[in-house]
Design a protein around this ligand. Structure first.
Ligand code: ADP
Ligand code: MG
Length: 273
């Protein structure tokens, strides 16, 4: 069992509105190897409810793998991850843990939204159908109700008039905004973004970042892997710099971006800035 004795405890944080905030992410002692390559070499990270953490780091440093283990796309070798005190991949039974069954994993995964670099929309479905699909099929929600919510979400990402368009009729920026609406439709506790603007033409990056900023201000817990330093400076509560499977340093943007303590962080920032 991964890491064993987890004593995560539920969050006691409350949102400004007074309701309990959700979306506490805890990553403790996570290791992950592919063969002899250790891709995550002991990751400890906490994202508080409603906060935005931006993850920076060179190619191959393990950023995508970190998001993928949070979303069950890969299993950890050691350590554990919990969202709002629920262990990813495991259920507590008294003092012991058991691995979740396939069906339970799908349910848990629906609580975590994932936006990929490559949009991954269903090409044969309209924008609206792309947003409606998972809440209906994976969460068993009422289609009519989900459709109404999906239209609101498309409006929120600035695509009210594109509900009936298919992906190929949309620009990359528009497709990515549909993908964000699709992730939101699951009402996730946490949103993970893996280089959401890296596949876009430069002139389309801003519209997608604006949508993500809007969500950040709305209090969604987010982990965002990106090379957009300006975005990190403006939106992140915490910036994490990873290299070779480790967190080299983390802190508020002003500290990590403007006064990095480690040479590796400095060298990386010199390259991307
Ligand atoms: P990043 O997102 O920071 O670029 P990744 O997490 O994608 O880094 O990859 C980290 C390392 O793990 C890389 O060396 C990559 O080649 C390797 N890796 C990622 N996924 C796999 C896999 N499924 N099998 C083998 N090696 C992998
Ligand atoms: Mg990556």
């Amino acid at each position: 069992v991964a890491g064993g004795a987890a004593t995560t405890g539920a969050s006691t944080t409350t949102s400004p509105a007074g309701s309990p905030a959700t979306g506490l992410v805890e990553v403790r002692g996570v290791h992950k190897s592919y063969g002899t390559l250790e891709v995550l070499a002991g990751i400890d990270l906490e994202v508080r409810p409603g906060e935005v953490t931006v993850i920076l780091g060179p190619s191959g440093s393990g950023k995508s793998t970190l998001l993928r283990v949070i979303n069950h796309l890969e299993k950890v070798d050691r350590g554990f991850i919990a969202v709002d005190g629920d262990l990813i991949g495991y259920a507590r039974k008294g003092d012991t843990l058991r691995e979740l069954k396939e069906k339970e994993i799908l349910v848990q995964r629906t609580q975590i939204g994932f936006v990929f670099q490559s949009f991954n929309l269903f090409p044969h479905l309209t924008a609206l159908e792309n947003v409606v699909e998972a809440p209906v099929s994976a969460q068993g929600r009422d289609r009519t109700e989900v459709e109404a919510e999906a239209r609101e979400l498309l409006a929120r990402v600035g695509l009210a008039d594109k509900a009936d368009a298919r992906p190929r009729q949309l620009s990359g920026g528009q497709q990515q905004r549909v993908a964000i609406a699709r992730a939101l439709a699951m009402r996730p506790r946490v949103l993970l973004f893996d280089e959401p603007t890296s596949a876009l033409d430069p002139e389309l990056v801003g519209e997608v970042l604006d949508v993500i900023k809007d969500l950040a201000h709305g209090g969604t817990t987010m982990l965002v892997v990106t090379h957009e330093i300006g975005f990190a400076r403006e939106v992140a509560d915490t910036v994490v710099f990873m290299d070779a499977g480790r967190i080299v340093e983390q802190g508020p943007p002003a500290q990590v971006l403007d006064a990095p303590r480690h040479d590796r962080t400095k060298a990386f920032l010199d390259k991307v800035l």
